[in-house]
Design a protein around this ligand. Sequence first.
Ligand SMILES: *Cc1c(COP(=O)(O)O)cnc(C)c1O
Length: 390
Amino acid sequence: MRVAQRIAEVPPYLFAELDRRKAAVIARGVDVIPLGIGDPDLPTPSAVVARLQSEAAVPANHRYPDYEGSAAFRQGCAAYMARRFGVELDPAAPPAGEVLALIGAKEGIAHLVWALVDPGDVVLCPDPGYPVYATHTRFCGGEPYPLPLRAENAFLPDLDAVPAGVAARAKLLFLNYPNNPTGATADLAFFEKAVAFCRRHDILLAHDAAYAEIGLDGYLPPSVLQVPGAREVAIEFHSLSKPFNMTGWRIGFACGHAAAVAALGIVKSNTDSGPFTAVQNAALEGLQLPRSVLEGQLAVYARRRDLMVAALRRSGIAAPSPKASIYLWCPVPEGETSVSFSGRLLERAGVFVTPGTGYGRYGEGYFRISLTCPDARLEEAAHRIGRLGA
Ligand SMILES: *Cc1c(COP(=O)(O)O)cnc(C)c1O
């Protein structure tokens, strides 16, 4: 068999190599604490589980879903956007509508690239960043142009530094705030600049808002659609995965720019048949949960963050304390690289973290810790890191 060139050209997946190293250490009998992947350990809220149980028994739900999501789901998403962000969206079906059900945000992000990008087109991708943006750009024959996220710029891209020739060839700009992997946040003033930049250069702004509900200490992350006129320029991706501990359920939605939503819908209707209707209905239950349910969980992340940041600082690592996301993005000690230090943490402390270079070359010099690990294990990891010294 000969695989397609686009598959052969995918750079060797750093995380696969790291998994092999982790397995080797575990095979030696080391009790490895996994702080690598961002997959919430807490259970899905019981109201959501109960709703799926009853919806799964409804025969009408056993048939093909509406590919764009049920009218009830789209209306529920629009109501959530209005309540949470003050953003009014039209939940009608495409091509006029502004809401589309997704089999998770990842699916929508990947397919949006197929809806926009022709060979030779540029896609502006944050670096470090979620790998899906650049990988699918390459699959389409497009050219990912890295936007460095640097500490001195609060991990926001410097859009003024994009050369005019690159901006002219760009079809799409990806942003993601609260950010994976850096934990950085963006305010409305930054989003206004990004909307103006995209309007000026006729670029679709795709905002990945997977962590929009993971603000800590009372911080409420904004939606890019709060910027006046943004819906003429921007599409936003929301996910139930991180806020409601539903990574296994595969449900999210895209909203905003009607023509972009419709184009994404054309790729999807020719690819998948939408999320299981019972899952859509259960997700609606999640979107309507009282804020206190979410706040209880955010308090867990804030506590875990504080205990881990304190342990890292005790061992000489200048860990910043993020006000959002489930990640700590920390500089490696002097004289180490991302890969060498992650390796040392694994070998010497039995703690598995991801090297910053797994998210792009501008991730060099950092490692990422995920807070999605039960408290007792996280405390044990903090203890081991504290003992290790830098
Ligand atoms: C987890 C994550 C997603 C994927 O969300 P799903 O809805 O589970 O597909 C998208 N973007 C970022 C940045 C993420 O970290």
